[in-house]
Ligand binder design. Structure first.
Ligand code: GLC
Ligand code: CA
Length: 559
């Protein structure tokens, strides 16, 4: 397999609003990131993926951009950005920018022009349609509740917005739009950035006749089949690749909701025609249901293993995997599959091992390396996220979900769980800000914070540091082949990696309780323990046919 720096890197995602506030206004900022560069270097990560820092009216926390070449005032200035970029590079850290080009803000000058008249030169930058019998052009519902169409009086027509009405979808079929986007990307590359994470890039090409979708629980039609992996998406990404990406040495990752294995082989093919890798959603959607993510069902381990193993084996040698448990759109995995009390650290380390020993490029979401968990939000007023607040109103006011149930679901699944401030120390507001934080700080910061984590050798932080180091030392981690053992076991996730003459055995107990592991014959021999979360576990233990694993126990043995 051909080697590349982005295949051997570990990426750390920063959600700037919640990372570190340098000026006491309660909002994280660019100077706050620069202040923490030594911390990130110590952790050992190679790349920062920076969630959007562009000018934005913040309807969706920066995922609604009004100027792609300007910095959001809350976050600082372009000089602050340049200083951060320089500091990152001096620390040996690369910067990947979030590219949000499925839509802009409705306050972007292109849209301000576009809505003025049907013959405005920017009209076709967006997707405008006539209504049908006084109603929207089709039955699609938006990701943030309500219809996917907004009526605009000015020209008596509707525009498409798959997300909020303040996030109108760009018309990628217009070559001028593609040219504008590519030239903007080039401008950032000229500045010296190191890659792009591409927001909902699988949705940029829509089925031209925009047909009605099957009605979902919300009463709206599902746009998925008509926008995900649409008719021209690969053509447009290949064009982007030729015009911009191939001219620089970048890491590119596409956020691809609705991506299948077959599609991923096109987006992230090793021949380099489109992107380096994609984020797939199958493992995140395992606890979804009728009303999508809004329930409190638990992920079944056998299903999780089946999904992740499929991606591991079917992309191998053909396309590159990205690995993640967390990001700014997901509740904390520690609260989903681990334990936030007695076994917080043990289970955080177990989850980390399970992911970081897989094939692909791992992503760490800020605070994950500290064992941060979901927040104890109590009332609707505690939430800031547009998706959560709108979903509450839509589902509770229509009587589909009771207030009590929905509050429980939000507490379990809301995106805001990932967005509480990073816990730096045990001083007021966890050392995140001297002002009033824009969203509540998780009160567990007194125990869970970076200062405490860094002071102790056996912490989650130092465990992540070790996982990152191992990936650098052992080629088998980025490049080896993956094989799942014990697919039917509901408690244990056990797999192997193989590369040249070497093998790794990865054992993870997902149960909050003891489980007996029947050691497969071929592993009852001399090996080297490379990482473990119970200090007294020894590789010799595997010479017996049964090993009694403790709650959330994990270890990796190298043969
Ligand atoms: C992506 C982002 C999410 C955002 C949405 C619309 O899924 O990760 O945060 O709300 O796209 O841009
Ligand atoms: Ca600030």
């Amino acid at each position: 397999m051909e080697k590349a720096w982005w295949k051997e890197s570990v990426v750390y995602q920063i959600y700037p609003r919640s990372f570190n506030d340098s000026n006491g206004d309660g909002i994280g900022d660019l100077n706050g990131i620069t202040e923490k560069m030594d911390y990130l270097q110590e952790l050992g990560i190679d790349v920062i993926w920076l969630s959007p820092v562009y000018e934005s009216p913040n309807d969706d926390n920066g995922y609604d951009i009004s100027n792609y070449k300007g910095i959001m005032k809350d976050f600082g200035t372009m000089e602050d950005y340049d200083r951060m970029l320089k500091s990152a590079h001096e620390h040996g850290i690369k910067i990947v920018m979030d590219l949000v080009v499925n839509h802009t803000s409705d306050e972007h000058p292109w849209f301000v022009e576009s809505r003025k008249s049907v013959d405005n030169p920017y009209r076709d930058y967006y997707i405008w349609r006539e209504g049908k019998e006084g109603k929207a052009p089709n039955n699609w519902g938006s990701c943030f509740s309500g219809p996917a169409w907004n009526y605009d009086e000015q020209t008596d027509m509707y525009y498409l917005h798959l997300f909020s009405p303040k996030q109108p979808d760009l018309n990628w079929d217009n070559p001028k739009v593609r040219r504008e986007v590519f030239s903007m990307m080039d401008w950032w590359c000229q500045k010296g950035i190191d890659g792009f994470r591409m927001d909902v890039i699988s949705m940029i090409s829509k089925e031209p006749d925009l047909p009605d979708g099957t009605i979902k629980a919300t009463g709206y039609g599902d746009f998925g089949p008509y926008v995900q992996n649409g008719p021209h998406v690969h053509e447009y990404l290949q064009e982007m690749n030729q015009k911009v990406l191939s001219r620089y040495d970048l890491l590119t990752v596409g956020e691809c909701s609705g991506v299948t294995i077959e599609e991923a082989k096109k987006y992230a093919s090793l021949d380099g025609k489109e992107l380096n890798m994609v984020f797939q959603f199958e493992h995140m959607d395992l606890d979804g249901g009728e009303t999508f993510k809004w329930n409190d069902r638990k992920i079944k381990l056998t299903e999780l293993k089946q999904v992740l193993s499929k991606w591991q084996t079917e992309l191998y040698g053909k396309a590159w995997n990205s690995l993640y448990w967390n990001n700014h759109d997901q509740p904390r995995m520690l609260s989903r599959l681990g334990d936030t009390k007695e076994y917080r650290e043990t289970s955080a380390k177990m989850l980390a091992t399970c992911l970081h020993m897989m094939q692909g490029t791992p992503y760490i979401y800020q605070g994950e390396e500290l064992g941060m968990a979901n927040a104890p939000f109590e009332t609707l007023e505690d939430y800031r996220d547009i998706e959560s607040i709108n979903a509450y109103h839509e589902l509770v006011e229509s009587g589909q979900i009771s207030h009590e149930d929905m509050m429980r679901y939000l507490q379990y699944k809301s995106r805001d769980n990932a967005r509480t401030p990073v816990q730096w120390d045990d001083s007021e507001n966890a050392g995140f800000t001297t002002g009033t934080p824009w969203i509540m700080v998780n009160p567990d910061y007194k125990q869970v914070n970076a200062k405490e984590q860094m002071s102790r050798e056996d912490s989650v932080f130092h465990y992540y540091q070790k996982l990152i180091r191992l990936r650098k030392e052992l080629e088998i981690i980025p490049y080896g082949a993956y094989q799942l053992l014990l697919p039917e076991d509901e408690n244990l996730y056990v797999y192997t990696r193989s590369y040249k003459e070497e093998q790794l055995l990865v054992v993870c107990n997902f149960k909050k309780g003891g489980v007996s592991f029947a050691v497969p014959e071929e592993f009852r021999r001399e090996g080297e323990m490379i990482i473990q979360n119970y200090p007294d576990r020894a590789s010799e233990d595997l010479k017996k046919d049964e090993v009694a694993l403790r709650p959330f126990e994990t270890f990796v043995i190298r043969f």
